[in-house]
Ligand binder design. Structure first.
Ligand code: CA2
Length: 145
């Protein structure tokens, strides 16, 4: 199996480190991609990273991962709480995936408490800041033979 992880960051996560530091911290998306790349390398995996604000682009990238990735780490951003289509893409490719949220969504507005991915994710890391991505890589790669 290809020892590669697809890292997917959804809408507005390109703004990381530029606004709302009290909620999301000061690390940037580049920092997140570095954190994931380093954690994956430790486990013997490489990374392909993608951020998009467009649902269809995210879905196409998830479909393409079928060909050359062993697992997916995804922070779906606001699509977490709205997107049956993203859930269907992830269950459709049948790759193990980790759902990551930088903030603790359960301590925020009620509309953030529900996730369309929660029950189908192999790993969930919520509210651990950007280091939560590294934890997700560790837990996810431990599941891959
Ligand atoms: O806590 C998370 O990681 C979220 O997935 C982030 C999403 C939010 O809709 C989810 O409920 C929880 C939003 C990402 C927006 O990121 C920004 C970062 C900096 C400045 C503005 C937005």
């Amino acid at each position: 199996m290809t020892r590669r992880i697809l890292l997917v960051n959804g809408p507005n996560l390109n703004l990381l480190g530029t606004r709302e530091p009290a909620v999301y911290g000061t690390a940037t998306l580049v920092d997140v991609e570095r954190i994931v790349t380093e954690a994956a390398a430790t486990a013997g995996f490489e990374v392909r990273a993608l951020q998009s604000n467009h649902e269809g682009v995210l879905i196409d990238a998830i479909h393409a991962a079928r060909d050359d990735c062993a697992a997916i780490v995804i922070n779906p951003g606001g699509f977490t709480h709205t997107s049956v289509a993203l859930r269907d893409a992830l269950t459709g490719v049948a790759l193990p995936f980790a759902e990551v949220h930088i903030s603790n969504v359960y301590e925020r507005e009620e509309f953030r408490h529900h996730s369309y991915l929660h029950d189908v994710a192999a790993v969930r890391v919520i509210g651990e800041g950007v280091q939560g991505y590294a934890e997700a890589v560790r837990q996810l790669t431990a599941l891959i033979p």
